[in-house]
Design a protein around this ligand. Structure first.
Ligand code: PLP
Length: 368
């Protein structure tokens, strides 16, 4: 799989640089979205998305970024006043929780220090203490801290021990980090096109289990554009309820072809090895990583900066002088760290450029 050599070395955790074939696919002429041709493409995309989710559950494509599908996960399963547990290990976990609060859901938060993963025993005790909890929200890969939570163990507790609905934010893990939707009994899993699916931003994908459909039948949250019942009705016809982002679907179609021709397992293995390499090269520069190796993400690495350095100065210098674009710290981590995204295949030259750029920029920022 070849990647476009960008003018900038785009090392944010998404949008990620897309293979040139994926970008080119968007220039195909538009077609009627109520035609046989479109139905064939949509069904084929969904069939292959299921192979990425590793699910037999329904999968739908939304015209939105990941956040739109996260909102869909809530409005299609819950009602105002329902009690849920939001497990928060960073900025995105907090946002998922805040979204539920905005929808008047009764949210019990379980907070962990940003940079740590979910402590399974504490999760278990919390569920014992709050038997009225209906659903649990979890961020699989916390992009703000570079931590991957152990979703398999979380699911064992949430599903097998307590039988709650499990809603998963997999925006920065699907396609990059192992995620077995059915084996791990995840009821709803959400991702965006602009990360592990190697597609430009603008589409979100969501898988929806039988238990999620049972919750859908009972819930009374107001919804219209994001009503998955409508999606299901139209999907049976090979259509979407509303006008789809056809050009982005062309891109997704091509990206899935590339990922699956490489094989999901080898694509994920490649990203794991690449992440190891990037982490060890960054450490060799004397920099500390936020996440422990045990739970370090294979899609994004959060790097701490020395106490006397403002991480944002380093980020600015990297961009302005070296053409390397990394992510800033978010929320309470702003200025304290920067984040290197490494979703998809990162050309060796770009890793090398990153290391050289980081080394020089760090020396300059420290001696300023
Ligand atoms: N959740 C996680 C874990 C993310 O990494 C992101 C974006 O980076 C989001 C949610 C929000 O997704 P979007 O910006 O596509 O709406």
């Amino acid at each position: 799989m070849k990647y476009q050599r960008e003018q900038q070395n785009l090392r944010i955790p998404g949008p990620v640089p897309c293979p040139p074939e994926v970008i080119d696919a968007q220039t195909r002429p538009l077609i009627d979205h109520r035609s046989e041709e479109f139905a064939h493409m949509l069904k084929s995309i969904v069939r292959r998305l299921k192979r990425i989710f590793l699910t037999e559950n329904d999968v739908f494509i939304l015209t939105s970024s990941g956040t739109g599908a996260l909102e869909a996960s809530l409005v299609n399963t819950l009602s105002p006043g329902d009690k849920i547990l939001a497990v928060v290990t960073g900025f995105f976990g907090q946002r998922y929780s805040d979204m539920a609060k905005a929808l008047l859901i009764d949210v019990q938060e379980l907070q962990f220090e940003w940079g740590r993963d979910v402590d399974i025993e504490i999760l278990r005790k919390t569920l014992v203490a709050h038997p009225d909890i209906k659903a649990v929200l979890v961020t699989h890969n916390e992009t703000s801290t570079g931590v991957t939570n152990d979703l398999e163990s979380i699911s064992r507790v949430v599903k097998k021990e307590f039988g709650k609905l499990l809603l998963v934010d997999a925006v920065s893990s699907l396609g990059s980090v192992e995620l077995k939707t059915d084996e791990w009994e995840c009821d709803v899993v959400v991702a965006g096109s602009q990360k592990g699916l190697l597609t430009p931003p603008g589409l979100a994908v969501i898988s929806f289990s039988e238990s999620a459909w049972c919750a859908y039948e009972k819930c009374c949250m107001p919804k219209y554009y994001n009503d998955l019942g409508l999606f299901r009705t139209f999907m049976a016809l090979g259509q979407t309820a509303f006008t789809p982002a056809i050009s982005l679907l062309y891109a997704l179609d091509k990206a899935l072809e590339l990922i699956l021709s490489e094989g999901l397992v080898s694509f994920i293995d490649m990203q794991r090895e690449q992440a190891f390499m990037i982490r060890s090269k960054v450490r060799l520069l004397g920099m500390e990583l936020l996440a422990e190796d045990r739970c370090a993400s294979h899609s994004v690495t959060a790097v701490k900066v020395p106490k006397n350095v403002d991480a944002d100065d380093l980020v600015d210098l990297l961009r302005e002088e070296f053409g390397i674009v990394v992510g800033r710290g978010q929320g309470r981590l702003k200025g304290k760290l920067f984040r290197v995204g490494h979703i998809g295949k990162v050309p060796e030259q770009e890793i090398q450029d990153l290391v050289v750029g980081l080394s020089s920029a760090l020396t300059r920022v420290i001696s300023k």
